[in-house]
Design a protein around this ligand. Structure first.
Ligand SMILES: Cc1cc2nc3c(=O)[nH]c(=O)nc-3n(C[C@H](O)[C@H](O)[C@H](O)COP(=O)(O)O)c2cc1C
Length: 147
């Protein structure tokens, strides 16, 4: 049976969503099953059956997660991710001091819940270029190879 992966993202203006879609394409191209979920509608307890979990978010406010991510983020506290391979990603803006701080928060949460962080967090600047999109695809492939 092929490994099963979830890519759960929140994206206000579409940049992180573009990353999420390319990462999911890379995972799929490696022969793994992948479900792409918007964090606003996702339920943390749906994640227990996955071998791999990628969480993505833009950074909002002053180094915060956007409001749309908060319910899911807090729900994660009730979940054990022991044995799940995981990583975090997101689109950021280097004009802000707290560059991509939401990605750091997601990675910390994954680690805190017992997930095994198998890839460096991926922070990209604003709207992914074609080259960035290719990088996300490769990131997805590399992640899948760890499952
Ligand atoms: C009100 C506001 C606050 C922001 N704060 C940060 C921040 O603290 N750090 C950061 O790296 N980017 C920050 N950004 C930039 C966004 O994260 C960036 O535009 C990102 O590409 C948006 O991704 P999205 O299209 O997935 O929503 C902020 C943007 C806005 C509008």
């Amino acid at each position: 049976m092929s490994a099963k992966c979830a890519v759960v993202y929140t994206s206000i203006s579409g940049n992180t969503e573009k990353m999420a879609r390319a990462i999911a394409d890379g995972i799929r191209a490696s022969g793994c099953e992948v479900d792409l979920k918007d964090m606003f509608y996702a339920k943390a307890d749906e994640l227990v059956d996955y071998d791999g979990l990628l969480l993505g978010s833009c950074t909002w406010g002053d180094g915060d997660l956007p409001d749309e991510a908060l319910f899911f983020y807090e729900e994660l506290d009730d979940l054990s991710l022991q044995g799940v391979k995981a990583a975090a990603f997101g689109s950021c803006d280097s004009n802000y001091d707290s560059y991509g701080a939401a990605v750091d928060l997601l990675e910390e949460k994954l680690r805190d819940r017992g997930a095994d962080i198998v890839a460096e967090k991926l922070k990209l600047e604003l709207l992914p270029s074609d080259e960035d999109t290719q990088m996300c695809l490769e990131h997805g492939r590399a992640f899948a190879s760890k499952l």
